[in-house]
Design a protein around this ligand. Sequence first.
Ligand code: NOJ
Length: 570
Amino acid sequence: MLPRCAFSVCHVLMLVLCLSAAEDFDWTKNDHGSFYYGTFPAGFSWGAGSSAYQTEGAWDKDGKGLSIWDVFSHKKGKIQQNETGDSSCEGYYKVKDDVSLMKELKLNHYRFSISWPRLLPTGIKSDHINEKGMQHYDQLIDHLLENKITPIVTLYHWDLPQVLQEKYGGWQNISMVNHFNEFANLCFERFGNRVKYWITFNNPWSVAVEGYETGEHAPGLKLRGTGAYRAAHHIIKAHAKVWHTYDTQWRAKQKGLVGISLSGDWGEPVDISNQKDIEAAERYVQFYLGWFATPIFHGDYPQVMKDFIGRKSVQQGLGTSRLPTFSPQEKSYIKGTCDFLGVGHFTTRYITQKNNPSSRSSSSYFSDRDLAELVDPRWPDPGSEWLYSVPWGFRRLLNFIKTQYGNPMIYVTENGVSEKMLCTELCDDWRIQYYKDYINEMLKAIKDGVNVKGYTAWSLLDKFEWDEGYSERFGLYYVDFRNKNKPRYPKASVQFYKRIISSNGFPNQREVENWRRKAVETCSSSNQLLAADPLTSHMEMVTEIVVPTVCTLSILLSAIFLMFLLRRRN
Ligand code: NOJ
């Protein structure tokens, strides 16, 4: 996810592109092709996802310890409207309800994360194990399995125990490797008889860059030029250690898989005939996904990162590179520690070469890359500021992974789109379009030979969207956060995604268009249901009814005002 500061270097660009279909992937062509009707391989796994801090709520209940996000979100000015994840979707109390929603969607898998401080309040296993926290995840896993939904479990989706941040500096400190390994080992021991898919880290790029470089995320540190590289270095080591722990102690008995979930935007050269732009675009992807994937698949950082950060460090008068190094033993220990690769993907950028000054004061992850990011203003951007819908970038990223890392087994662990809506809106036609096109590009990638085994729509529910609070809604299900019961309502995309799942793809144009028409028809009745929902308190009832009415009224008033102005001009 692109932090706001990076947008300051983005120029808006108009680009006219040729769109055409292709069976085989050809890197030299700009094939942003037509729709491909067909089905996914048998056994393809369809899912939806969530994470603990974003959905659970119950931040201080049943013996849970504080996480860095609890503390960060309670500080004034860090989160939009000073919102917190204190209660969020109350997912902690709604296991059965939420599994029913998954059943309704006919999901094959559900991806969720375990809150480290809910199990280990101080983060340290020898201090105290919180059995109530254990029971919660036991219940969730059991309930999923009873309903034939495979759990895919993330061990770290950003909620580090606060004690570890305060005592050691969090991921700046190498001691996190052992603490995280202890926590992971406990999860393997207690849940591994039932959980067969483990993800060590979710999107470590964000942890490193937004947590320790820009400070937009917890723990909010701004250690520019060094903090992100150091955090990433320890995260990669922690991942490798946990993979080895599973491999040596649990694999034979539990027969599961351990992977990591990396996020990556695709970077397309602005001018595909310009070598400098081609190299800049490659650098963009290497500094993003490659930063983590290259050590894990090949044992060391991408050469281009070593070259660029090394050269800039010398120019800044530093004795060593700001990018840490792995010893030969560490390289061979880290290499190959991935049974499957989780991929989180949302958007694409055009990239062009741009030299940045190398002074010590301006050193940062962003300036190290020597590039500028651009967007096409015609790309749809219905929600988050950084999220433009560019489906063809997904196919390109998946093919890049195939060629760079030896065609690994891939699970798409996050893909989806948000909306920024003041008015309640369940008829999310643009989300249907996004899913339809992105899932279709994934299908084309599979035809290209990319080994994608599963897809996870992000996300099951609207939820706490980190520094954006509740202002950006990614859910298939709408959550009414103003009602203390946090009721869920299906958006139109639920109907559409459900059809993709039951057909295992896209049978033919007529049917797919029918799905879409029907989905949009049913959502208007859901909209009425939402507006008419009997609410628990008078206060809530007023907001529930008033908000849509105020929206409708403001639209009407603006229209009348416009007409009035036009008349006066004539
Ligand atoms: C990636 C993060 O893992 C997830 O938690 C977040 O909701 C999405 N990006 C959307 O920003």
